[in-house]
Design a protein around this ligand. Structure first.
Ligand code: G1P
Ligand code: ZN
Length: 542
């Protein structure tokens, strides 16, 4: 039976960069998840009888949340609800499935790389029929609805069996539980030269993939150890756990430290990679060399035509504003456009839909292409493997050769986590005000060429996004960027992005933090970080 349940608004349901993220206990508050899901449905039109894809990254509360979403989707009139077996769907696999099925949209339950477990984070994100995150117009409508909602609809039918493949009826809808890997794997085989990668693996090439006890485990087992023939044990931490084994499922040098240590040791295999909680981020490390995400995007763009799916060449490339300009140098050589968008994957969607860009990426370990409308961790690893299979060079050689050709963008990000929100907002406001007076000023050898608060005009839908981060640009291509995170759940996180360009022929082999030390010091003093936030060192250096 379909029930209409009276409810009252919660004040804090504003979706951020990647949907609504809160602590698990908040989501467990009666009506909290229900209100948000109903607000999503109330903001959409014309979905009666249509298909909704539902899945998550397997974190604590995933299964309970999926039952609620399925029962509400059926009660609200969706005709078909497609769920990944066990409630599992990586974010990229969900995007692929939405597109493949021609679904109306999808609901993804994930807090990405944030920790899980009973006291960890949870999240809900709505994706549109193109497969990507809902644009601001929709998320704004959802947020507005959360403020006025007074009832939600839900079926009181027994729980769906999430562990049995096949169809069952739920109110007027059909619920179908599907293999979360099959369709994704078939998409990957259409893009990459699996024969060439199999031959590379058979030749003795060794790799390790760390799934971080998160959603990519089943995908990695099926693809790397299954389809590509890598030996058992290639995939580590390959079973998704509700608390990710107590770790942060964030593939960076802090949280994927074991992998980093291995890759820097004498026992290092040829290639190491990891992905995050929901499978959209990637970390790539060669033997003895970490590949920064901004560099990875540039190297993938320069070599993409080696993969069958990109053999025709790239229409254009896109990067988020704080991502280094390394890919811009590749675009220039290829004679294609490089788009600069605000932070967050949703801004790439229009460029991909319109065929203006083929590859895109962010400094935060997200890389992807027009095959779906999310970033894609396993895809990035496969593109790397395809390139290595064709070039038969070590990762380190490939990276150094890239720098020698295009120059090197030394790059780092310093995060100040859990700082006082009001103090961080004041810091940003003052920086914004200072952008008018900075140009022409010299700080030692560093001369400010331009400064602004980044604004983006979408060339496809004409929309404008303002206040996307303060950029201080110096002569010669160096840059400091400041912005506040849109995904944190406690206080505020100030992100400071620091970059220096060294052209081909310059010193391309310096250690990153050393190469950037003057800019780092300036980034602190310019914003008054110590005085305003009481921090002398960042919480995370990426
Ligand atoms: C962070 C990253 C951003 C990414 C987002 C979702 O957002 O910086 O690149 O798109 O997570 O994965 P932020 O916390 O900076 O708003
Ligand atoms: Zn993620």
């Amino acid at each position: 039976m379909i029930k209409t349940v009276a409810t009252k608004p919660f004040a804090d349901q504003k979706p951020g960069t990647s949907g609504l993220r809160k602590k698990v206990p908040v989501f467990q508050t009666p009506g909290y998840l229900e209100n948000f899901v109903q607000s999503i449905f109330d903001s959409l039109e014309g979905f009666q009888g249509e298909t909704l894809v539902v899945g998550g990254d397997g974190r604590f509360f995933n299964r309970e949340a999926i039952q609620i979403v399925a029962k509400m989707a059926a009660a609200n009139g969706f005709g078909r609800v497609v769920i990944g077996k066990g409630g599992i769907l990586s974010t990229p696999a969900a995007s692929a499935l939405i597109r493949h099925l021609g679904a109306y949209g999808g609901i993804i339950l994930s807090a990405s790389h944030n920790p899980g477990g009973p006291e960890g984070d949870f999240g809900v994100k709505y994706n549109i029929g193109a497969g990507g995150p809902a644009p601001e117009k929709i998320t704004d409508a959802i947020f507005a609805r959360t403020g006025t909602i007074d009832a939600y609809k839900i079926s009181d039918a027994p729980d769906v069996d999430l562990d049995r493949l096949g169809e069952t009826a739920l109110e007027g809808a059909t619920v179908e539980v599907v293999d979360p890997v099959a369709q994704y794997l078939s998409l990957m085989t259409s893009l990459f030269d699996f024969d060439a990668i199999r031959a590379l693996v058979a030749s003795g090439f060794r790799m390790r993939f760390d799934a971080m006890h998160a959603v990519t485990g089943p995908y990695a087992h099926a693809i790397f150890e299954g389809a590509l023939g890598a030996p058992a044990g290639t995939v580590v931490n390959g079973t998704p756990l509700p608390d990710f084994g107590g770790h942060h499922p964030d593939p960076n040098l802090t949280y994927a430290h074991d992998l980093y240590e291995l890759m820097m040791s004498p026992e290092a295999p040829d290639f190491g990679a990891a992905s995050d909680g929901d499978g959209d981020r990637n970390l790539v490390i060669g033997r003895g060399i970490y590949v920064a995400p901004s560099d990875s995007l540039a190297i993938l763009a320069a070599n993409a035509t080696l993969a069958p799916g990109y053999a025709r060449g790239l229409a254009g490339v896109a990067r988020s504003m704080p991502t280094s300009a390394a890919v811009d140098h590749v675009a220039e050589k290829l004679g294609i456009r490089a788009y600069e968008t605000p932070t967050g994957w949703k801004f790439f969607g229009n460029l991909l839909d319109a065929g203006l860009a083929t590859l895109c990426g962010e400094e935060s370990a997200g890389t992807g292409s027009d095959h779906i409308r999310e970033k894609d961790g396993v895809w990035a690893v496969l593109l790397w493997l395809n390139i290595l299979a064709k070039r038969r060079e070590p990762v380190a050689g490939l990276v150094r050769e890239h720098w020698a050709t295009y120059g090197r963008n030394y790059y780092t990000r310093h995060d100040f986590d859990e700082v006082d929100l009001a103090a961080a907002q004041a810091l940003m406001a003052d920086l914004r005000a200072a952008t008018a007076t900075l140009p022409g000023k010299a700080f030692g050898a560093l001369v400010v060429e331009a400064a602004d608060d980044f604004a983006y005009h979408d060339p496809v839908d004409g929309s404008d996004s303002k206040n996307q981060g303060v950029r201080v640009m110096f002569e010669g291509g160096s840059r400091v960027v400041y912005r506040l995170s849109g995904t944190g759940t406690v206080g505020a996180t100030l992100r400071v992005y620091i970059e220096r360009y060294e052209p081909p022929g310059g010193d391309l082999g310096e250690e990153t933090q050393t190469a950037l030390c003057d800019l780092i010091a300036l980034s602190r003093s310019l914003a008054g970080i110590q005085a305003r936030l009481g921090r002398t060192t960042p919480s995370v250096i990426a």
